[in-house]
Design a protein around this ligand. Structure first.
Ligand code: ADP
Ligand code: GLC
Length: 523
């Protein structure tokens, strides 16, 4: 018989053979120190930076000696991506309002030995996209992620972690359920919780009619808890119940306490300021490194830049642009949304293209921007290349081939692509917000400081002025080489970021004994 994690919101049903299940799963789910929950983890699933972060941070923690484990939905890209998948034999049944929904647990591995547990329920997760089609969110997203959260808790009770670290609105309810319904999860009574906000622009807002699927008391449908202007706000569930909240840069941690950047939740962040920490993301140099990158035309490094010329020619070729080494090539790899300052670029575009430069953009997002930039590439042949596509390999080629990398974001919690472009010597031109402000400093050729170009007011003229400063440096080869060198040698590796998380885990009172420390203590 299949193992079963069954129950009335989680009683292990020994009558259904779960006594064996518990013993087996206890061994199977080797007590993790930290369990992370996320809707996406690269390389299994990725729609943006969240996937990259979950694909790298746990590995850096593991290298530091921690034993993490991960949970995500068994979405189509992981089911059909050729990853080695193991059926754990664990089956569970989750109560959703008046009915129960069945699921099972698969396992794969990342890093050296980090278990990645996949919550399988094909009617919810085996779909073309993670959250919705290009036209609309999936209409049952509330139910899908309520199920996901309940299912994770069902499994976790078999092997309670010391620390539960959940990411973004899709995972927030794991914490909300655990804290608001502690009586249902007695095994997890001493588990501490951290909730990380990667982007306040996505909160998981749903109609109050979905409340019945949550199975939460109505007293939590108030502004103090999950209610948000008449709707249910999943993200808020993580914010109000987590022991500690983090976000992905120190500057963003400040910005979200203001009405301009708080997306209506600034009051919550102000109230929880003492438990709010900003930790800048890192860059995974095992994936994003021009020295070893398998996707790019020729490898190169800060010491030997010759391959970068080949990468630029390759990029010009791919986008049908003249193969001109002397024209500055500005690249962008971005979601095409207002967050990313795409409207600002749109406004600046005619003036930008009056400069002698080439512009290459790959991105997907709002259809009005997809259509606009596709038209621009037709209107400016030989000058602008656009591909409306999400393509990992091409993203590497754009960043490797570009001289400059443009990121005029209106807000940017952390941003990863500016970190990647630094490493590839594609000098970042960014707006001073969030993690961009925390990672990019204006180049000062006299003092030899800085690693890019940065502008502050959210205006087309300031974006253009920053591009002009970049072009002026580009025309002075010695200065440009110095700037590229500064960019390429800046260190944003995950090791430093992982240390900050480890300190935080410790501050939470979780005894994070690293394997290295255990070994030393035994000597
Ligand atoms: P965000 O998560 O807000 O989109 P980040 O800078 O944190 O921004 O991360 C974006 C990630 O998504 C990077 O890995 C970037 O290379 C990738 N990305 C964005 N657009 C595309 C695209 N069109 N094709 C391939 N990768 C993309
Ligand atoms: C979000 C943010 C981005 C951040 C990423 C990973 O998508 O928009 O700035 O880098 O999450 O934390």
């Amino acid at each position: 018989m299949d193992n079963q994690v069954c129950g009335d919101n989680a009683k292990i049903d020994t009558a259904a053979g779960c006594a064996t299940t518990k013993a087996e799963t206890g061994a199977f789910l080797e007590a993790p120190q930290v369990t992370m929950v996320s809707p996406e983890i690269a390389p299994f699933a990725k729609t943006g930076g969240l996937g990259d972060v979950l694909g790298a941070l746990p590995l850096a923690l593991e290298r530091a000696g921690l034993r993490p484990c991960l949970f995500m939905p068994a979405c189509r890209s992981v089911l059909r991506g050729g990853f080695p998948l193991e059926d754990t034999g664990i089956r569970f049944s989750v109560p959703l309002s008046s009915h129960r929904v069945e699921g099972s647990l698969l396992k794969t591995v990342t890093g050296s030995a980090i278990p990645v547990y996949l919550i399988r329920a094909d009617h919810y997760f085996d779909r073309d996209y993670l959250y919705g089609t290009p036209d609309a969110d999936y209409p049952d997203n509330a139910e899908r992620f309520i199920f996901f959260a309940r299912a994770v808790l069902e499994v976790l009770r078999l092997s309670p972690p010391r620390l539960l670290h959940a990411h973004d609105w899709q995972s927030a309810l794991v914490i909300a359920f655990l804290k608001a319904q502690a009586q249902l999860y007695p095994e997890l009574a001493s588990t501490k919780t951290i909730f990380t906000v990667h982007n306040l622009g996505f909160q998981g807002l749903f109609s109050h009619l979905d409340w019945q699927i949550l199975d939460l008391d109505w007293r939590f449908f108030t502004p103090r808890y999950l209610e948000f202007y008449g709707k249910i706000n999943f993200l808020k569930g993580g914010l109000v119940f987590a022991d500690t909240i983090t976000t992905v840069s120190p500057t963003y941690a400040e910005e979200i306490k203001t009405a301009e950047q708080g997306f209506g939740l600034e009051g919550v962040f102000q109230e929880r300021a003492a438990s709010l920490v900003g930790i800048l993301n890192g860059a995974d140099y095992s994936v994003w490194n021009p020295k070893t990158d398998p996707y790019i035309a020729q490898n190169y490094s800060a010491e030997d830049l010759s391959g970068k010329k080949t990468c630029k020619t390759d990029l010009q070729h791919v986008f049908g642009l003249p193969l001109d080494a002397d024209v500055p090539l500005v690249g962008m790899v971005s979601r095409l949304t207002v967050q990313k300052g795409i409207d600002l670029l749109q406004e600046a575009l005619d003036r930008l293209l009056s400069r002698k430069l080439q512009l290459v953009i790959i991105g997907t997002g709002e259809s009005r921007y997809e259509q606009f930039f596709s038209r621009v590439s037709l209107a400016y042949p030989g000058m602008v290349g656009v591909k409306v596509i999400f393509d990992e390999a091409l993203a590497h080629r754009v960043i490797a081939g570009a001289d400059m990398f443009l990121m005029p974001s209106r807000y940017e919690p952390s941003g990863l692509t500016q970190l990647y472009s630094l490493k590839y010597g594609a000098v970042p031109i960014v707006r001073a917000t969030g993690g961009l402000k925390d990672s990019i400093e204006e180049f000062d050729p006299e003092r030899g400081t800085g690693n890019g170009l940065i502008f502050s007011p959210c205006q087309a003229k300031d974006l253009l002025a920053a591009v002009d400063r970049a072009i002026a440096f580009f025309r002075q080869p010695e200065r440009w080489t110095t700037l590229m060198h500064k960019a390429m040698t800046a260190d944003f590796s995950w090791e430093c970021t992982a240390r900050a998380y480890l300190d935080l885990y410790r501050k939470l009172g979780v005894e994070v004994k690293l394997a290295t420390e255990v070994r030393e203590a035994r000597r």
